[in-house]
Design a protein around this ligand. Structure first.
Ligand code: PAZ
Length: 312
């Protein structure tokens, strides 16, 4: 089992915790304690891609693909489903509610007269609905951001550990796109790599698989859902099944880069057959997002898990 491999511990010894780490952990701790007192469910939603810096004073970095659509929309649907949400996201990636405003020109949406500034008539309905949802849910939403792979892993570990207090009320939804390769801090040059040194060859180390300690040590009672991104359709179900067998968590959601907004495959440790979620043309016409269906589906699985694991 991957836990006997100490590489995940070495990772945390070798890569320093992010700036503001203790402040963030305190926020997460308080959020989880209050939710536990109220017996509320909490979903940790991870979102966006991690960066892998090439220099300590970072000018260049390698990035993982993810706009944060999956995470930010899912966070909204978890909130609608009655969960409190810790949104661990890549800084400046899409955020719940605010995502709907991306690409819109705020100055075109407001009307200014000599004695008043107001939302223009044609935007009132849309903005009003959005603002109402945001205001209704903002106290149940804790936003924590990361940029680098190392920041993300430190915060993931700490959040999972703080969520232990929630037992089976906790759900982890790991949609962030996390790099499999990195340069350890000790091997990173301090300053900007100079092009005068000629062509650049990079040697990246493998990132230890953190799902093993996450499932076994950090959040042993939580309901854990991971995502698997592939580009080759023939690998999707096999790779998702392999991840489930290897880490013994609860659900793996497989998706392909090009069809991820309309099709996913869910592999569950409790059922032999994979389940597909596919948006129909009428879903698309009605503006249904696939994350609505994913969260609806997971809520049922989490209900069952909670019924099977709650004590008292
Ligand atoms: O953020 P986004 O909506 O653009 O993309 C979502 C996603 C494809 C990154 C996510 O669904 C996913 O598969 N995350 C896990 C990626 C991985 O295998 O590391």
């Amino acid at each position: 089992m991957a836990l006997e491999d100490p590489s995940w511990k070495i990772f945390f010894e070798e890569n320093p915790m992010p700036i503001g780490f203790h402040e963030n952990v305190n926020l997460i701790k308080e959020f989880c304690q209050q939710a536990a007192m109220k017996k509320n469910r909490v979903a940790l939603v991870t979102s966006g891609g991690t960066t892998v810096p090439l220099e300590q004073n970072t000018v260049r970095f390698i990035d993982n693909f993810s706009a944060g659509t999956r995470g930010s929309s899912s966070a909204e649907y978890f909130l609608e489903a009655g969960y409190q949400v810790i949104f661990l996201h890549r800084s400046k990636s899409l955020e719940p509610y605010f995502r709907h405003l991306v690409g819109k020109n705020i100055f075109e949406m407001i009307e200014v007269s000599p004695d008043n500034v107001a939302v223009g008539k044609k935007h009132q309905l849309e903005l009003g609905k959005l603002a109402e949802k945001y205001q209704r849910h903002r106290c149940d939403l804790l936003m924590i951001s990361f940029s680098t792979l190392s920041d993300y892993l430190w915060l993931l570990q700490a959040t999972a550990q703080q969520m232990q207090i929630l037992g089976p009320l906790a759900l982890l939804y790991l949609a962030a796109a996390v790099s499999d390769f990195y340069i350890p801090a000790s091997q990173m040059p301090c300053h900007k790599i100079q092009s005068s040194g000629g062509p650049l060859s990079l040697s990246l180390q493998l990132v230890p698989k953190m799902l093993a300690p996450l499932v076994t040590l950090w959040a042993p009672n939580a309901f854990i859902v991971s995502f698997k991104l592939e580009t080759n359709e023939t690998l999707l179900e096999t790779k998702s099944n392999e991840a489930l067998l290897k880490y013994h968590h609860h659900v793996v959601i497989g998706n392909l880069l090009n069809s991820r907004k309309v099709h996913v495959v869910l592999v569950d440790s409790n059922s032999p057959n994979a389940e597909e979620i596919r948006l129909s043309s009428s879903d698309l016409e009605n503006g249904i997002e696939i994350e609505f269906k994913i969260v609806e589906n997971l809520k049922i699985r989490h209900d069952q898990y909670y019924a099977d694991h709650k004590t008292g």
